[in-house]
Write a protein that binds this ligand. Structure first.
Ligand code: NAD
Length: 260
């Protein structure tokens, strides 16, 4: 059994970090998985890891860059061809970009962050919402960040795109609620994934562990979050237990975003 029994769930950025943790929680809850990532090798490893834990689950993998519109259309078409429909969408793939003061920010990196974090999220919605409309049912979880609620030093492109994801989430909820499609965003704080490990290296290249400790101490809970804690929230938002929550940007950050 499980909260997602027989639901077809598409997860982007599924090869590691928050995407893989959510895939694992969704598998535990009975979901049928369509996993998307542009890192082919890690995606295969993720599939093998999931199948070793949950041998009975069905998994389709698609190697695709979410910033490529044609590739997004293809992973959506392939999922429908394989599993018949899509019930849930965890629109998760994203990058941080390089940290730099706003006026020195590399323009090519800025555009790349927009292409992946904003256009990638939008393309996914553009092609999956019509599939969900056909069955008058859908659950969508976009991934914003606490950087979609407040500013974060030296992360202009990231913060701009994550605020945009929060905005797109509200519009999707408004425009498609009548079709039985509930759309929310999550706003994680610092959760220990490969992306955050890389960020700590940028903050303090000589001693990334020291940067991690400072972040943990600034949090009311005195620790970083775990990917599986985020996965459990995502499973709730993708399930029928989430029946009247829509258009929300839900922080999962140990309470840190309430501080100033
Ligand atoms: P991660 O770097 O650990 O994993 C991201 C995964 O997405 C990787 O497997 C990567 O290959 C894939 N990916 C990246 N760009 C892609 C693209 N263009 N097409 C297809 N796949 C792509 O990152 P994470 O920490 O798991 O972050 C996942 C999401 O959560 C991101 O949107 C990130 O901004 C957001 N987020 C993370 C944190 C955190 O603390 N980890 C906090 C707030 C928001």
């Amino acid at each position: 059994m499980g909260r997602l029994k027989d639901k077809v769930v598409v997860i982007t950025g599924a090869a590691m970090g928050l995407g893989l943790a959510a895939a694992s929680e969704a598998a535990k809850n009975g979901a049928i998985l369509s996993l998307v990532d542009y890192n082919a090798e890690s995606l295969e490893k993720a599939k093998a890891e999931l199948l070793s834990k949950y041998p009975d689950i069905k998994i389709l993998t698609s190697v695709a860059d979410v910033s490529n519109e044609a590739a997004v259309k293809k992973y959506v078409d392939d999922t429908v061809k394989e599993f018949g429909t899509i019930h849930g969408f965890y629109n998760n793939a994203g990058i941080e970009g390089r940290q730099a003061p706003m006026v020195e920010y590399d323009l090519d990196v800025f555009r790349k962050v927009i292409d992946i974090n904003l256009m990638g999220v939008y393309y996914g919605l553009r092609y999956i919402i019509p599939v969900m409309q056909q069955q008058s049912y859908g659950r969508i979880v976009n991934v914003a960040s606490v950087g979609g609620i407040r500013g974060v030093m030296n992360q202009t492109a990231y913060v701009a795109t994550k605020h945009a994801v929060a905005g797109i989430t509200k519009n999707a909820a408004l425009e498609y609620g009548r079709d039985g499609i509930l759309t929310n965003a999550i706003a994680p704080g610092a959760i220990l994934t490969p992306m955050v490990a890389e960020a700590f290296k940028q903050v303090n290249p000589a001693d990334p562990k020291a940067a991690e400790t400072i972040y943990a101490q600034a949090n009311p809970t005195k620790r970083l979050g775990l990917p599986e804690e985020v996965g459990k929230l995502v499973v709730f938002l993708l399930s029928d237990d989430c029946s009247y929550v829509s258009g929300q940007v839900i922080a999962i950050d140990g309470g840190q975003s309430n501080s100033y």
